[in-house]
Design a protein around this ligand. Structure first.
Ligand code: NAP
Length: 250
């Protein structure tokens, strides 16, 4: 039986990569899905929506920049108006601007914090109001193993991803009494455009650190997000689950 029948889910940055797969999997479990994209990715977002609809699911595309407060408010209002409620929020939108600390520009620091951390804060604050009123909801933050272990050349990204873990725990404590659960997923090295852009030597080194000796797929992440979104995870909140093929366990 579908695990998310009658639920409404919003996935930020779901025009491609991990977010697109999460959107498709949530829809396959019966959720109506809001596919979020930023300007420039409309065609890709529409492909995700069309794919969901072709499989018999319900979805719509919504343009918004998660780092912009007005854009976020308009997005959450539009989703609530279109689907009537919001049960699941997946804060997936993310960018990288890699570089060593001493050479990192203020702009590269600020852009990554704005999208990856402030974006999740703005989305969570807006969605929480609806979920608290409904006395039900599941928020899932896509962090990274880099937010747990750190990574040379990614001080901006690792700081944002570690911040997401702190946000997850804090918001989980604030919203638990309203039956709103908040968890994080920390992917390891996943095959998407983000990792395809890395040099071959970096990819080889990363593979060497994975106990299972393979990169993950967006489907590996989406399966865990569906679980955390569903009532099967009804007693889980404040947790960060590493999905990394054995990269980070102690
Ligand atoms: P991706 O292929 O680059 O996709 C990122 C998505 O976020 C894109 O759809 C992008 O839209 C969107 N986005 C970027 N800025 C946005 C904004 N301001 N507002 C709304 N959407 C925005 O990346 P991915 O590999 O699927 O990663 C998805 C998430 O998983 C990210 O949070 C990433 O940090 C995390 N993660 C990935 C890996 C990995 O190995 N791939 C590992 C750990 C964690 P555009 O295409 O229009 O820019």
């Amino acid at each position: 039986m579908a695990r998310l029948t009658d639920k409404v889910a919003l996935v930020t940055g779901s025009s491609q990569g991990i977010g697109a797969e999460i959107a498709r999997r949530l829809a396959a479990e019966g959720a109506a899905v809001a596919v979020n994209y930023i300007a420039g990715s409309e065609a890709a977002a529409c492909d995700v929506v069309a794919c969901i609809q072709a499989a018999g699911g319900t979805a719509d595309a919504f343009k918004a920049d998660v780092g912009d407060p007005e854009s976020v408010a308009a997005l959450v209002d539009a989703v609530a108006e279109r689907f009537g409620r919001l049960d699941v929020l997946v804060n997936n939108a993310g960018i990288t601007r890699d570089g060593l600390l001493v050479r990192m520009s203020d702009e590269d620091w600020g852009d990554v914090i704005r999208t990856n951390l402030t974006g999740a804060f703005l989305m969570t604050r807006a969605a929480a109001k609806l979920m608290m009123k409904a006395r039900s909801g599941s928020i899932i933050n896509i962090s990274s193993v880099v937010g747990i272990a750190g990574n040379a050349g990614q001080v901006n990204y690792a700081s944002a991803k570690a911040g997401l873990i702190g946000m997850t725990k804090s918001v989980a404590r604030e919203l638990a009494s309203r039956n709103v659960r908040v968890n994080a997923v920390a992917p390891g090295f996943i095959e998407t455009d983000m990792t395809a852009a890395l040099p071959a030597a970096t990819r080889e080194a990363a593979l060497g650190s994975i106990a299972m000796k393979r990169m993950g797929t967006p489907a590996d992440i989406a399966a865990v997000v569906v679980f955390l979104a569903s009532d099967e995870a009804a007693y889980i909140t404040g947790q960060t689950l590493a999905v990394d093929g054995g990269m980070t366990f102690a």
